[in-house]
Write a protein that binds this ligand. Structure first.
Ligand code: NAP
Length: 248
């Protein structure tokens, strides 16, 4: 392993780390030697994931400020310092804009947008003490384009994009880098049902120049880069990881 990707002196928290892209990010950080804590709401999922990753877990609902504050208080007490935060917790409710309810809108935006902000704010209060930190937000291609029947999700991921750029500028003097990965299509719990639909799958694959959906380890690899010193001069970047889908 090269010296610059050695994260053995670093501690990382991955929200949504019990499954999918968050799990892959946690796995990559672990492989580089980081001490990793995964979070989410389902304790059985976290327990299983932490056993296979060999990492710690703490349950947390990112949409609930008291739960987020308690998470980072426990982290500060147990580890003293936190160097890396990956905000991968997220969900989607697919519903046409004429049908979507207020509670569906609130749920999606509370988790994806407010939850990302609450975790960024809590972690930056810890990181500023060290004058160094890496925050990696998981946005979406919906941070850049509209997605039919996913208005609440697209609005929430647009917020992640704008928040990433704003926090990057605001917290650069504190040594905190804030970047975002914008994944295209990956098969996870979030998209399982879509991938079962042959017509949808063919339509989507035809839009991806590299001809396939992403693998969660692709997110892990990019996470590793953004978490390491290799990317120390980058902040406020929004990196598409979509097989070229948004390039044409
Ligand atoms: N899969 C894709 O194609 C794709 C594309 C673009 C962007 N993304 C984004 O990637 C991120 C990860 O999604 P995924 O595809 O890996 O799906 P996933 O496997 O469903 O992962 C989402 C994770 O978020 C956690 N979560 C949901 N609500 C939470 C809350 N209120 N508090 C804490 N944790 C919460 C879930 O755990 P609990 O249910 O246990 O809380 C779960 O582990 C999401 O932000 C998603 O929008 C995915």
């Amino acid at each position: 392993m090269s010296v610059v990707t050695d994260l053995s002196s670093r501690t990382a928290v991955v929200t949504g780390g019990g499954s999918g892209l968050g799990y892959a990010a946690a796995e990559a950080l672990k492989s580089a030697g980081a001490r990793v804590v995964i979070t989410g709401r389902r304790e059985d999922v976290l327990r299983r994931a932490s056993q296979s990753l060999g990492c710690d877990w703490i349950s947390c609902d990112v949409a609930d400020k008291a739960s987020v504050d308690s998470l980072f208080k426990q982290i500060a007490e147990s580890f003293g310092m936190l160097d890396i935060l990956v905000n991968a917790a997220g969900l989607n409710v697919r519903n046409p804009a004429l049908e979507i309810t207020e509670s569906e809108w609130d749920l999606v935006n509370d988790v994806n947008a407010k939850g990302t902000f609450l975790c960024c704010q809590a972690v930056a209060r810890l990181m500023k003490g060290n004058n160094y930190g890496k925050i990696i937000n998981i946005g979406s291609m919906a941070s850049e384009i509209g997605i039919i029947n996913a208005g609440a999700y697209a609005a929430s991921k647009g917020a992640v994009r704008q928040l990433t750029m704003t926090l990057a500028a605001e917290w650069a003097p504190l040594g905190i880098r804030v970047n975002a990965i914008l994944p295209g299509w990956f098969k996870t719990e979030l998209t399982d049902k879509l991938f079962e639909d042959d017509a949808w799958r063919s339509r989507v694959l035809a839009r991806i120049p590299l001809g396939k959906a992403g693998a969660p380890r692709d997110v892990g690899n990019l996470t590793l880069f953004l978490a390491s010193e290799l990317s120390d001069y980058m902040t406020g970047e929004l990196i598409r990881l979509d097989g070229g889908a948004l390039s044409w």
